[in-house]
Design a protein around this ligand. Structure first.
Ligand code: FAD
Length: 390
């Protein structure tokens, strides 16, 4: 006998947990199918629009003290090329905001979301993996690895970049591997960061310092796969010296804390975002390079839109997995996802390119954004905020 739900959410990463919580809050009978997520020592820069969603669902209070505000964003061209972009500095105060966003530990974020979901009325969590997804005319049926089954009106696919549900819905995924690997780890340092997040642009990719509470920062160091392998093989002490040098001693001497994660860079997006009773949320729909903190912020907006579409269908007595709901979700998410995927990919490719005209164009673009007031505020609002509508 299959268990029945209105909404089944597959995947317990941050995007899936938030989608399940928001779906349950619409009053829909929601079942989350997700094994416990793997340990994740990273942090995520969540922009103000995403934090507003976390406030709305009541999980921000437990995260705020663990998070650091991002009051200023700096982009520094660290390369040694003929045309170097001018430094660009953006202050949240220019938009009348305390911060562009907050840097939050991933483990605390997923724990807070899981806890809130498990306390939501009517929410069911199954610690299992989906093995098969069969979308049908009336329902979608999911078979789990424990042999049980769940039938739902609509499934939210939050099962990551290799999404089983996306494939079962017949949705394609266009992706390519960049010749880059990101190293992610935390450091303590001698000087205050003063709430400034700095993204250095080097020939092999971005190198980003994101504030954490106290004199600590998260580092995302994008390097060639060979360089990443060499750096990851260093002792933590030697890596601390390397990261101090790479940052130009911006925050004084740095010491690496805890583990060092390695992430090959893939860039990709689904060919559409909803089909056959399946809505794609988070990395099931898009995988972006770690530039400008866009990845999970897009995932938050996916989750918010999926819940809005489900709420509208329920309010009007329509099928939440029917054609109208799928069309509404697909249309609403396509422009946001595709423009941000293209912009981050373009910026990343422009760093890797060895063609001087490409560097000149990037430099002129950044100079224009820095100096032309209305353009500058537009970019800050659109590129950095992207406020979702609940
Ligand atoms: C180095 C680095 C730094 C980043 N920094 C930022 C940042 O500062 N800001 C930002 O917004 N984004 C950032 N990102 C992107 C962000 O980390 C991702 O967008 C986010 O983690 C994706 O979450 P998700 O829930 O979609 O996917 P995942 O976290 O991959 O979760 C998918 C889940 O689905 C589960 N799953 C898979 N298959 C099944 C199945 N068949 N059944 C059940 N469960 C299944 C998996 O176990 C997993 O738990 C960064 C990424 C990297 C690599």
């Amino acid at each position: 006998m299959a268990r029945n739900a209105e909404v089944a959410v597959v995947g317990g990463g941050p995007a899936g947990l938030l989608a399940a919580l928001l779906a349950a809050r619409t009053g829909a009978a929601t079942t989350l199918i997700a094994p416990a997520p793997p340990q994740d020592a990273r942090t995520t820069a969540l922009l103000e629009g995403s934090v507003a969603v976390l406030r709305e669902v009541g999980v921000w209070d437990s995260l705020q003290d663990l998070a650091a505000p991002l009051r200023t964003l700096r982009i520094v061209d660290g390369g040694r090329r003929l045309f170097r972009a001018p430094e660009a500095t953006f202050r949240a105060s220019e938009l009348g905001l305390e911060a562009f966003g907050w840097n939050v530990p991933n483990a605390a974020l997923t724990a807070a979301l899981a806890n809130a979901y498990e306390n939501a009325p009517g929410a069911v969590r199954l610690f299992a993996e989906a093995r098969e997804s069969r979308p049908g005319d009336e329902l979608i049926e999911l078979t789990l690895d424990d042999g049980s089954a769940v039938e739902a009106q609509v499934a939210i696919a939050a099962d990551g970049r290799k999404s089983l549900l996306r494939e079962a819905a017949g949705i394609g995924f266009k992706s390519h591997r960049a010749p880059q690997t990101a190293l992610a780890f935390s450091v303590s340092h001698d000087r205050d960061h003063d709430g400034v997040s700095t993204e250095f642009h080097f020939e092999e990719g971005p190198f980003t310092l994101v504030p954490m509470p106290g004199r600590r920062s998260s580092v995302v160091w994008v390097a060639t796969p060979g360089q990443a392998e060499e750096l990851a093989a260093l002792s933590l002490e030697a890596l601390g010296e390397a990261v101090t040098r790479k940052s130009g001693r911006l925050l004084g001497a740095m010491r690496v804390e805890g583990s060092v994660g390695r992430f090959p860079i893939t860039v990709g997006a689904a060919t559409c975002f909803a089909a056959r009773r399946t809505l794609l949320v988070g990395e099931a729909g898009h995988v972006l390079p770690p530039i400008g903190a866009q990845g999970l912020n897009l995932g938050v907006r996916d989750a918010a839109r999926a819940a809005a579409v489900i709420a509208a269908a329920r309010a009007e007595g329509r099928d939440p997995g029917g054609p109208q709901a799928l069309r509404a979700y697909g249309r609403a998410r396509a422009a946001d996802v595709l423009t941000r995927a293209a912009a981050t990919d373009l910026l990343n490719v422009s760093l890797l390119s060895s063609a001087p005209p490409v560097h000149l164009a990037r430099g002129l673009g950044l100079a224009a954004i820095s100096r032309i007031g209305p353009l500058r505020r537009f970019v800050m609002r659109e590129g950095l905020m992207g406020a979702p509508s609940l």
